[in-house]
Design a binder for this molecule. Structure first.
Ligand SMILES: C[S@@+](CC[C@H](N)C(=O)[O-])C[C@H]1O[C@@H](n2cnc3c(N)ncnc32)[C@H](O)[C@@H]1O
Length: 382
């Protein structure tokens, strides 16, 4: 059994990235794994409301539950109900209801609807009024087939929901190119690179169709995107406006400029205030880089030093040859085969430019291409 004041459930296609996003948005909290790969206990100084606000921009947070309990299914409804008593018996303002959902298949012999009815009965016994249409508070029950566990607790905010990026899929935008990033990956990368929402400025030095800047803007972050190709900047601007229903972004701008000379192309007021970089350099025939890929990366990282804040985060996305491990963050560096150069060269250039690798993830793009997602930190030493 695991109990926690707050438990977060994750959705999404990539659990290692989802976990990294959760930790990045809650840097002062301890995020602890549980028997289910999609459920995390969150403990520390923040209030429940503070956690809810901090997780608003997340791409991978499915729900937040308070007074939560996880129990392994042992075949006995009574046994499970005994363990859920503490979670159920809370001081509740207003009416209540229950909500069930599953991660994976059903757990053999366990009916969530039966458990839900029993929880409803217990809530009435504790003096609560049920309202199935519009309850003030909802008690959630989730099963996880892989661990054979059940999670119960009170929803903080809404019941489980999707990220809701379907409407702004890259292919739906006015300006689409095959290089356009998926909104979920773009949003996740920004959150990992930048951490909690603040006045920090997100920089996308090679913005292409604007995938990162759209997500930065929709999550109300300050951001600036650059591309040396004016057709890309025009297209990205139309995409950004489209994402805001025809209005200008209140927090982000897109400028034509060269990523290898950021000190020159970024207006002075950004200098020293860039606290997060999201970098998706070109590869393949859809891009028009003027340097060899590794040279372009190194020159970009060098020039970033002119504009970075004293501490900054980065998510760098690099094309690599397919690997067998896709969803884990722990794998051997010598397995990584970049499309351009060697991984040791990439490591060396990150280190020379002041970056320390925090974590790495891989994501399959298609049969012959994988992405390496590198999370790095920059600290100015004097
Ligand atoms: C892989 S694409 C970025 C795709 C982008 N993440 C998106 O969602 O559309 C790389 C971009 O880098 C741009 N680029 C290449 N060299 C550049 C440079 N020196 N300065 C600025 N942009 C550059 C290319 O024009 C291209 O649009």
């Amino acid at each position: 059994m695991v109990m926690s004041e707050v438990m977060v459930t994750l959705r999404g296609w990539h659990l290692a990235l989802a976990h990294a996003e959760l930790q990045a948005l809650l840097p002062t909290m301890t995020v602890t794994s549980t028997p289910s790969k999609r459920w995390y206990a969150v403990e520390g100084p923040m209030s429940v409301e503070g956690i809810e606000r901090a997780l608003e921009p997340a791409a991978n947070v499915e729900s937040i539950l308070s007074h939560a309990t996880i129990v392994e299914w042992n075949g006995s409804y009574e046994g499970v109900m005994d363990i859920f008593q503490t979670s159920l018996q809370q001081d509740i303002n207003g009416t209540v209801s229950t909500y069930t959902w599953r991660h994976g298949k059903k757990i053999d012999g366990c009916s969530l609807s039966s458990l839900s009815k029993m929880c409803g009965g217990a809530l009435v016994d504790f003096g609560n009024n049920i309202d199935l249409e519009q309850a003030d508070q909802t008690f959630g029950l989730c099963s996880d087939a892989a661990s054979s566990c059940i999670l119960a607790g009170w929803f903080v905010g809404s019941t489980p929901s999707a990220f809701g990026a379907e409407r702004r899929q890259a292919t739906e935008r006015p300006f689409f190119k095959p290089v356009s990033l998926d909104p979920r990956l773009a949003r996740t990368a920004i959150n990992i690179a930048c951490g909690p929402i603040s006045t920090n400025i997100v920089l996308d030095p090679m913005t292409g169709t604007g995938g990162f800047i759209i997500e930065a803007s929709l999550s109300k972050r300050n951001g600036v995107g650059l591309d040396h190709n004016s057709a890309m900047i025009e297209g990205a601007q139309s995409n950004l406006k489209w994402a805001h229903d025809g209005e200008d972004s209140p927090t982000c701008v897109l400028l034509r400029g060269d990523a290898t000379a950021l000190g020159t192309f970024l207006p002075q007021h950004y200098h020293g205030h860039i606290a997060g970089i999201v970098l998706d350099p070109p590869y393949g025939r859809n891009s028009q880089g003027s340097y060899q890929p590794l040279e372009l990366l190194e020159k970009t990282l060098m020039s970033a030093k002119d504009v970075l804040a004293k501490t900054a985060g980065m998510v760098l996305i690099l094309p690599i040859h397919p690997m067998t491990v896709f969803e884990e963050s722990g794998f051997h560096h010598d397995e990584i085969k970049p499309l351009h150069g060697t991984f040791s060269e990439v490591q060396r250039m990150l280190s020379v430019c002041g970056w320390t690798i925090e974590a790495m993830f891989t994501e399959r793009v298609h049969k012959s291409l994988t992405r390496l997602v590198v999370h790095a930190k920059f600290v100015l030493l004097n």
